[in-house]
Design a protein around this ligand. Structure first.
Ligand code: ADP
Length: 352
């Protein structure tokens, strides 16, 4: 989910950040350049932003580090961006790592013991931490202390080590997978929801300005409507449309041009991509519209269950295109209409 180095951590202040990508690919640089650096630049998620402004101002006024924060929500909605903004607003260094990168106790103890007061430790995919690492975090978050264990068996001894007052920012696509003890240690928990098309149009216009791309109002709305409510996708589609505009036209992005480019990319008018449509048509055609268990569906599609649950389904659920029932997933009426299938009870054949 992140665009920075994962192994096991990377660090820098918000200002230094661009340097992290010196040896990385163009895509990472592109994403970095478009990332808002302050809460003022951060579009949408009003309630989250307002609450963070208060918490940051209060912490700064007291001269204290901000409390631990958890962000949850689908990928690409701006969780990593917020973590970097928080560090920037607190003028602190941020250490960036991810759950799967922390394998051994020494990984987490090494990072924690090097954190200074007020510094931010960002753990992406925090639901994927191993149980052992998670247990180290309990005392680190609550008492700013970790216990070094040295020696083995009957000779094992624990040595408490005092940590500085750091801030942990966690991000997850699956809050439900977090254990209650870990969840309870966050002072603030925020859910990021999909963006409205108007907000995404602002994201696209801001990115176009930074990239020097000519884009009219309708062109930005067209890209926004087809971005699955997700800023990361909006920026990616802008890049595809920009390429298309440069090669086939004069580089200017209009609604008609955006429509043409995105249709060619396989992104339809509701913003569904090929995998979304395959997911829906598989339920319709192989499972008579459902219900079907997600594991069976993943096997039929030859996809990871996690990809379906974390990436594909949240947006389809939000749109009412899929319905989750105790017996499994069912295709919703709006999806039948969108894909040109007869309404439920009318058979599974396509109308068009
Ligand atoms: P997540 O960590 O939730 O997967 P990111 O923070 O990596 O998402 O966001 C992906 C990209 O989307 C960022 O690089 C940034 O350019 C863009 N983005 C995310 N949120 C916003 C926002 N609120 N305003 C403008 N751009 C955003």
């Amino acid at each position: 989910m992140d665009d920075m180095s994962r192994n096991p951590s990377s660090q820098g202040t918000a200002k230094e950040g661009a340097g992290v990508f010196k040896e990385q690919d163009e895509e990472a640089r592109f994403i970095w350049n478009l990332r808002p650096r302050t809460l003022d630049e951060y579009i949408g998620q009003r309630e989250v932003v307002e609450s963070l402004v208060i918490a940051l101002t209060a912490a700064r006024n007291r001269g204290e580090p901000i409390d631990h924060i958890l962000f949850h929500g689908p990928p690409g909605l701006g969780k990593t961006t917020l973590a970097h903004i928080i560090a920037g607003e607190m003028q602190s260094r941020i250490i960036h790592t991810a759950g799967p990168a922390l394998e051994k106790p020494v990984d987490i103890v090494g990072i924690l013991s090097n954190l200074d007061t007020g510094e931010v430790l960002f753990i992406d995919e925090i639901h994927r931490l191993s149980r052992t690492i998670e247990e180290y975090l309990y005392s680190a978050m609550e008492d700013f202390e970790v216990n070094f264990i040295y020696g083995k068996g009957a000779f094992a001894r624990t040595l408490p080590y005092q940590l500085k007052h750091f801030t942990l920012v966690g991000a997850t696509t699956r809050a439900g997978l977090l254990t209650p003890p870990l969840r309870d240690r966050f002072g603030m928990i925020y859910h990021l929801d999909y963006y409205a098309p108007e907000e995404l149009a602002r994201v696209v216009k801001r990115s176009a300005r930074i990239l020097g791309v000519h884009l009219d109002e309708e062109g930005s709305m067209e890209i926004a409507r087809r971005s699955r409510g997700t800023p990361r996708i909006a920026n990616r589609l802008l890049r595809r449309v920009r390429d298309y505009a440069e090669v086939t036209a004069d580089g200017k992005i209009t609604q008609a041009l955006a429509d043409e480019a995105l249709t060619r990319e396989g992104v339809d008018r509701a913003g569904l991509d090929r995998l979304d449509r395959l997911y829906l048509t598989t339920i319709l055609e192989n499972y008579r519209g459902g219900p079907v268990g997600v594991e069976a569906l993943a096997a039929t599609l030859n996809e990871e269950t996690n990809t379906l649950v974390d990436v594909v389904e949240p947006f389809l659920l939000k749109m009412g295109f899929v319905i989750r029932t105790p017996a499994g997933r069912r295709v919703g009426e709006p999806a039948r209409a969108h894909l040109g299938y007869a309404a439920e009870g009318g058979g599974q054949q396509r109308l068009l």
